[in-house]
Design a protein around this ligand. Structure first.
Ligand code: FAD
Length: 434
């Protein structure tokens, strides 16, 4: 009976999960059989699958394949309630969380899984004119902007000489390399066919990395392969060059070089959510909150920090773990399990990471994988491994099916279904005229 259920609920501990990314979802799911009520709050009503954002930005996947309704994800888990809310502060002493758009919520257990955000390192003009790649809105904005620049050139071909179609991508890590690799495919294959009047020789894709090499976290053979593959696909790779300022149509490098480009993609850095500062711990590098071996916070066994916001150490190796989807999912799940253990009166367990390798794609049939013991894989086999791992990370069977169909279709046809621009402002114009 509904009334009975409410009474039972009132007596159970409340677990408040902040953030519906990999970490938050992992924690909430692991509490399915625990004697608790879970409340999950995110400022969006959807979960974002960040590793595939660049595929939305480059029209390979539609937004719906990368964002999934959070409420839908928990239809089959009756002890979870989902709310949309923007967290503004966390008070661990009073055990309460405040929001800008809803009433405060209290808790017995708290999972902080608020992720990270882009870091422009104070580069002049970057926040205003650059396109970061961290949210679904970022990816859609970039996609619309790129389509708009090609249409602008279609109307006025002289804009090519002003760099209207050129793209500067900042950052030689996975986000920058994956973005520029996907843009190269979109430009050299799809746009070459869509806009036959535009000479591809006049269109530049430039990857800028401040350090001496791309993919600093990978071994030398992977770095060489990545650079060669990108160059073969028409990307200029500039290493040892940093961006000093960004204007709407120009990117200036610290060396003084000025690159004409109407698009700058920022894939160079991130920092943990600023809400980490509300936690009673001294933050580590990148504003990350240090977690204890069982992923709780020192002095607060009821508060857990997981995913990108946390500074997590693998108890088996002593390594500080990188900000990756697999780390976020596994730490979230582990925190959920530890809360369930504590509620059941058991001891918590120290976190051990299961490393499936570090990987990235460069484009069609070109990916790289480095396993924990140093073995590397490149090319088609690595592409398949990348696909398998990322399909497994997607949150539902339906999302996996959608991604698989799109990838397979694109593999055979080179087609990119997202390559349309939906102008909602046109409808608004019409409405105001009538
Ligand atoms: C472009 C890109 C490519 C990547 N590629 C890979 C890859 O190939 N493989 C891999 O393993 N990892 C990859 N990563 C990293 C991976 O996506 C992250 O490590 C992972 O998403 C972190 O999960 P999380 O749950 O900690 O945070 P997130 O996934 O960022 O989730 C945090 C959630 O908190 C919500 N939130 C934030 N602030 C607030 C607030 N104030 N109030 C309410 N809600 C809030 C957000 O809306 C979000 O839903 C990539 C990341 C990016 C950006």
């Amino acid at each position: 009976m509904p009334g009975q259920r409410e009474d039972q609920r009132a007596e159970r501990p409340k677990v408040l999960v902040l953030g519906g990314g990999f970490g938050g979802i992992g924690a909430a799911r692991k509490l399915a059989d625990a004697d608790v009520d879970v409340v999950l709050v995110d400022r969006n009503d959807y979960h974002t699958f960040q590793p595939l954002l660049y595929q939305v930005a480059t029209d390979l996947l539609e937004a719906g394949a990368v964002g999934h309704s959070l409420r839908d994800l928990f239809h089959d888990q009756p002890n979870v309630t989902v709310h949309r809310g923007n967290v503004t502060s966390i008070d661990v002493e009073k055990r309460t969380v405040a929001f800008s758009d809803r009433k405060p919520l209290d808790y017995e257990y708290l999972v902080v899984a608020l992720g990270a955000t882009v870091n422009f390192f104070g580069t002049e003009g970057a926040a205003k004119h650059g396109f970061p790649m961290y949210t679904l809105a970022d990816a859609v904005r970039l996609k619309e902007h790129v389509l708009d620049r090609w249409e602008a050139v279609d109307r006025d071909p002289a804009l090519i000489d002003d760099g209207a179609l050129n793209v500067v991508v900042v950052g030689g890590g996975p986000t920058g390399v994956e973005s520029v690799g996907a843009l190269a495919e979109l430009y050299r294959s799809n746009f070459a066919a869509d806009y036959p009047a535009v000479s591809q020789d006049k269109v530049r894709l430039i990857l800028v990395e401040a350090g001496p090499t791309l993919f600093a976290m990978f071994k030398q053979d992977i770095r060489d392969y990545t650079k060669k593959t990108l160059e073969k696909r028409g990307v200029e790779v500039l290493v040892g060059e940093a961006v000093s300022s960004v204007a709407p149509t120009r990117v200036t490098l610290k060396s003084g070089k000025v690159l004409p480009a109407h698009t700058l993609v920022w894939g160079a850095g991130l920092q943990a959510s600023e809400l980490g500062a509300a936690l009673p711990v001294e933050l580590e590098r990148g504003h990350r909150a240090p977690a204890e071996p069982d992923l709780s916070l020192a002095g607060h066994p009821e508060v857990f920090a997981v995913g990108d916001i946390a500074w997590t150490v693998d108890s088996a190796t002593g390594d500080v773990l990188p900000q990756l989807g697999s780390v976020a999912l596994q730490t979230g799940e582990w925190a959920g399990e530890n809360i369930a253990r504590r509620v059941a009166g058991k001891e918590t367990k120290p976190f051990v990471y299961e490393d499936k390798g570090t990987m990235a794609t460069i484009g069609r049939a070109a990916a790289v994988v480095q396993f924990r013991r140093g073995r590397t894989m490149k090319g088609k086999a690595a592409s398949l491994a990348w696909g398998a791992v990322h399909l497994a990370l997607l949150s539902t069977g339906e999302d996996r099916a959608k991604a698989l169909i799109n990838w397979t279709w694109a593999g055979f046809t080179h087609e990119r279904p997202g390559r349309i621009s939906v102008r909602t402002d046109v409808d608004d114009e019409k409405r105001s005229e009538s």
